[in-house]
Design a protein around this ligand. Structure first.
Ligand SMILES: Nc1ncnc2c1ncn2[C@@H]1O[C@H](COP(=O)(O)OP(=O)(O)O)[C@@H](O)[C@H]1O
Ligand SMILES: [Mg+2]
Length: 266
């Protein structure tokens, strides 16, 4: 990477992302994504020129061993961090108006994350002092949605993930599977362009994992685009497409679509 290319992504150089035309049926277009972590005098290339496309309503899984760059990918695509090079273009209006989030100011980046991206993490990242209802409501409060809209949305999503009887529970009063279903509801609350999930079943037993994947598949059927990273090669098989990540590079791409029943058999 040349110095000038790197400079382009520095904070001072990011102004406002200019709209670009993109395929209306594509929700996310990633090209040349590169991330280098510097620790003292040593450098780790966590992502090395990643290219990928997510179509509307597509469920993509990225599998790779520990340290292969999965979390770094989610952090960059999820507007939690900036890459050193590359483009991350989202179809923000759903009609083909693309915005490259790597060119956004910090403020725009944050807004994008809040309003357009649904994030799901391995360790749930729920607020322990808030109830289930309040945890799901929070992103809508931050997005300044009115009370009536919030109530309808939060209740319907909690019902959707089977937690309508747990609204007043706090995360510590819920099982791991329930907490992850709660984060799925939270991720959907602002109707994101895409769900980005980082090892969503990493802490769960096989039955609960199957249950979470069932919800993902139902969401996909309803048109939700999903990108999941995991080291669990079995659950990845149910996605439409499986990309393999090794040392920050995509080394393989294949079709998935296996039925959920039996992923833990054989
Ligand atoms: N904040 C960081 N600072 C320095 N190195 C990091 C940082 N985060 C991740 N890395 C390194 O980048 C590589 C990819 O990490 P990560 O994306 O977390 O992989 P995965 O999620 O697949 O386990 C690893 O070698 C890791 O040690
Ligand atoms: Mg990780």
């Amino acid at each position: 990477m040349s110095t000038s290319e790197k400079k382009k992504l520095n904070k001072e150089q990011r102004s406002t992302a200019q709209a670009v035309r993109m395929d209306p049926d594509t929700i996310l277009e990633v090209s040349g994504l590169t991330k280098v972590y510097t620790m003292g005098s040593s450098k780790v290339t966590a992502l090395n020129n990643i290219n990928l496309t997510v179509k509307k309503g597509e469920f993509i899984a990225i599998v790779g061993p520990s340290g292969s760059g999965k979390t770094t990918t989610i952090n960059c695509l999820g507007a939690l961090d900036f890459p050193d090079a590359g483009k991350i273009i989202y179809n923000v209006d759903g009609k083909g108006m693309g915005l490259d989030i790597t060119q956004m100011t910090n403020k725009q980046h944050k807004k994008m994350r809040l309003k357009k991206i649904g994030l799901i993490f391995q360790f749930y990242n729920l607020f322990p002092i808030l109830t289930a209802y309040e945890n799901v409501e929070l992103p809508m409060l931050l997005a300044k949605k009115d009370q009536k809209e919030r109530k309808e949305k939060v209740q319907s999503l909690l019902k959707r993930v089977g937690l309508d009887k747990r609204m007043e529970h706090r995360p510590t009063q819920m099982s791991g599977g329930e907490q992850q279903r709660l984060t799925i509801a939270r991720s959907l609350v602002n109707e994101p362009l895409i769900i980005l999930a980082d090892e969503p079943t990493g802490e769960l037993d096989t039955d609960t994992t199957t249950n979470i994947m069932k919800i993902f598949l139902e969401l996909k059927e309803a048109g939700q685009s999903i990108l999941m990273v995991t080291h669990n090669t079995r659950i990845a098989e149910v996605a439409d497409k499986i990309l393999t990540l090794v040392d920050g590079q995509i080394t393989d791409e294949r079709k998935g679509g296996k039925p959920l029943e039996g992923i833990y058999k054989t």
